[in-house]
Design a protein around this ligand. Structure first.
Ligand SMILES: C[S@@+](CC[C@H](N)C(=O)[O-])C[C@H]1O[C@@H](n2cnc3c(N)ncnc32)[C@H](O)[C@@H]1O
Length: 237
């Protein structure tokens, strides 16, 4: 039925868009809840349901991964660094001299608003965190300008830990697709705002589909009611 000429001519689509938008978001939220249901009580750490969730608990998830790695040398890539709390944590807890820790950020804050945070939130005025460790380095700029080039010049033989902490759907999806050719079994992916179902969760769901569900994202754990979630990649047999 050729309804669309009518909708376009009358601008009625604008109204329908406004009416339907909340339903779209509810649908996404239900998808996210089905993820929670599927993984409930699984993983090496899982605090669901935690009535006293606090952002500080995210260290428990990272600690459990660091313990599993047992100070093995790794490549730790963090997408979204801001003040550097997590890259500092990883570089001080993994002391292998061959490990490398690379942080990507504009250091000018978010390129668009995210949930209740305005565009430019997390702005560091262009400054890197001060981490006196030669194994740590930073790549400044928008991911869309820096990630492709940097990944092309890097080697990925070591086990990698990819920490996705850019919050936004657009930034997370972009990074996932750039990482796709580099991924290998046993690489670890950590999402810092996974429960932001319109953003990091949605980006991962789309990425998985676009890769023909090539990877088994084996669930490692979640804290803060699935706000922070980690996976280890396994080949599908
Ligand atoms: C939540 S903060 C990172 C927090 C940090 N990982 C920590 O543990 O404290 C999100 C960061 O992502 C960065 N970011 C988001 N999208 C980006 C993009 N497309 N390019 C560069 N930086 C981006 C923002 O500048 C911001 O500093």
């Amino acid at each position: 039925m050729p309804l669309h000429p009518f909708l376009v001519k009358t601008n009625a689509y604008q109204l329908i868009k406004i009416i339907c938008r909340p339903f779209y978001s509810v649908f996404r939220y239900m998808e996210y809840l089905s993820f929670v249901k599927k993984h409930n009580a699984k993983g090496q750490i899982n605090d669901y349901y935690n009535s006293s969730a606090t952002y500080k608990n995210r260290y428990q998830l990272h600690e459990s991964i660091l313990t599993k790695l047992n100070n093995k040398s790794v490549l730790y890539y963090e997408f979204g660094v801001a003040g550097g709390d997590m890259i500092k944590y990883w570089s001080s807890h993994n002391t292998s001299k061959d490990s490398r820790f690379v942080g990507f950020d504009s250091f000018e804050g978010l390129p668009e608003s995210w949930e209740d945070k305005e565009k430019s939130h997390f702005d560091q005025k262009g400054n890197f965190p001060d981490i006196p460790d030669s194994r740590v380095s930073f790549v400044k700029g928008w991911f869309q300008d820096t990630v492709y080039k940097t990944l092309a010049q890097s080697t990925f033989e070591k086990q990698c830990v990819f920490h996705l902490d850019a919050d936004l759907f657009s930034s997370t999806l972009y990074v996932l697709f750039q990482l796709q050719p580099k991924l290998k079994p046993n690489d670890i992916l950590i999402f810092d705002e996974f429960s932001s179902h319109e953003h990091e969760f949605r980006a991962l769901e789309i990425f998985k589909k676009c890769c023909n569900d090539q990877w088994d994202f084996k669930f490692l754990g979640a804290v803060n009611n699935y706000r922070q979630v980690a996976f280890i990649l396994k080949s599908k047999s």
